[in-house]
Design a protein around this ligand. Structure first.
Ligand code: TRP
Length: 425
């Protein structure tokens, strides 16, 4: 089995998986919709108390068992093996719509570089969203097929430093904007009333899991390529802090822009594609800013897409004995098929299901609901079903981490799943 070349190689890949559209596109959107500062506080709490212990569990189980998610679940208990495929289906479903949005960022990047003035409305009135989705899927497939070191590790080693560089430069630029103070106040001042709102708790918790990418077998898979001498606890904390840093910087970039140009902070998913381009238009160096912003989004999206694909690649190559190339080709085709309806839902076809655009429906079903279910499965399987001696020392030695992963995480997940199920009905 391939290995990361070094501790840094693993860190870059794990940060690459964590930092993605979830930080730069989804996070500010959700903060905006859930009233700002209070949400941010709950997000930090969920992150440290629940997402981080689950990350340590996943990475250490991966390294200990050296198994893909299907085999690892089968190891915990035979009957659970099939549920590993469910995890693969859910991650592929997340990937399918994630790549549609990644495609939009790629298209916007190219438009800014070429100097074309096209609005989101015009963009989705063409079939460019489908073409750019296909391009994003193919690029992801090619990187993944090139291998753990030559593909995944190497792309992360270029793109991750770039992502942080752009974020920092843009955040510094934001401090010069007239709306900086108002933007930051909105982002960071908690409104105590919203702390009583269950919806905000559920959203913050879900976002922390989505952002770190825990509970989906990704960190487990990345853990299988980890060498023995790396300290998992320290590495996990580093990844978590860098992920929080990326979301926080994104907040510092986006809210000052929103408040400087009188935009709506609760604009939803269209914030990055509709509102911000309007802001860039009115700025002297708007074209460079726009190009940098979309280069940032696309790079972050690509490294996360690669990780989402890797769960299934690892499962298929090791359980079915396929080569990485073949697996990559097959899985990319599956993703293209699964993602096409999402791509078409933001095109002249306006594909809707029950009054929702297909992409939004996928985000709700797979990205919000499905993710919680697989996280519950993983946290229960590796703390309750796996015999105690098999639980890695990194987790069992710390009472706090162990009880968080064994009791607190499943309990909170069960509560939130019930809450979401009631809402759905
Ligand atoms: N964490 C990434 C983001 O914030 C997306 C992502 C990568 C993800 N792997 C995941 C989301 C696994 C859910 C599950 O954009």
């Amino acid at each position: 089995m391939e290995r990361w070349s070094s501790r840094t190689g693993f860190l870059l890949a794990a940060v690459g998986s964590a930092v993605g559209l979830g930080n730069i596109w989804r996070f500010p959107t959700i903060v905006g919709e859930n009233g700002g500062g209070a949400f941010y506080l709950l997000y930090l709490i969920s992150f440290m108390l629940f997402a981080l212990p689950l990350m340590m569990l996943e990475v250490s189980i991966g390294r200990r068992t050296r198994c893909d998610v299907v085999s690892a679940l089968g190891l915990a208990r035979r009957e659970l093996r099939a549920s590993g495929w469910l995890v693969c289906i859910i991650t592929l479903s997340i990937l399918s719509y994630y790549l549609v949005v990644a495609g939009w960022t790629l298209a916007f990047l190219l438009m800014y570089v070429a100097g074309w003035d096209i609005t989101f409305q015009q963009f989705v009135s063409s079939y460019w969203p489908v073409a750019s989705f296909i391009a994003a899927a193919l690029i992801t497939g090619i990187v993944s097929s090139s291998g753990v070191r030559r593909g995944i590790e190497s792309i992360n080693s270029y793109l991750m430093p770039l992502v942080f560089l752009i974020l920092i430069v843009m955040a510094l630029y934001s401090t010069t904007l007239p709306g900086f103070r108002d933007g930051v106040r909105f982002f960071l001042t908690p409104d105590p009333r919203s702390l009583l709102d269950g919806e905000i708790w559920a959203a913050a918790f879900g976002q922390a899991f989505f952002s770190l990418g825990v509970g989906q077998g990704i960190l487990l898979t990345y853990g299988t390529y980890l060498k023995r001498d790396v300290e998992i606890r320290k590495a996990s904390i580093t990844v978590a802090l860098l992920d929080i840093l990326a979301s926080t910087l994104a907040g510092f970039v986006i809210f000052p822009l929103v408040f400087s140009f009188g935009l709506e902070p609760a604009a939803g998913p269209e914030l990055a594609f509709v509102s911000l381009p309007r802001a860039f238009e009115g700025m002297p160096s708007g074209r460079i800013l726009g190009a940098s912003f979309f280069a940032l989004l696309f790079s972050a999206a690509l490294t996360s897409s690669v990780s989402l694909l890797e769960v299934s690649t690892a499962a298929v190559t090791s359980t079915k004995g396929l080569s990485r190339r073949r697996a990559g080709l097959g899985l990319t085709s599956v993703v293209l098929f699964l993602g096409l309806p999402s791509a078409l839902s933001y095109s002249p076809l306006d594909l809707m299901v029950y009054g929702n655009r297909f992409l939004d429906l996928m985000d709700m079903l797979a990205g919000t609901f499905g993710l919680l279910i697989t996280a519950l499965l993983i946290s229960v399987a590796f703390t309750w079903a796996l015999s105690r001696e098999l639980i890695p020392e990194e987790v069992s030695a710390s009472r706090l981490t162990y009880s968080a992963a064994r009791y607190a995480v499943p309990l909170v997940l069960a509560i939130i799943i019930s809450w979401r199920a009631i809402q759905l009905i």
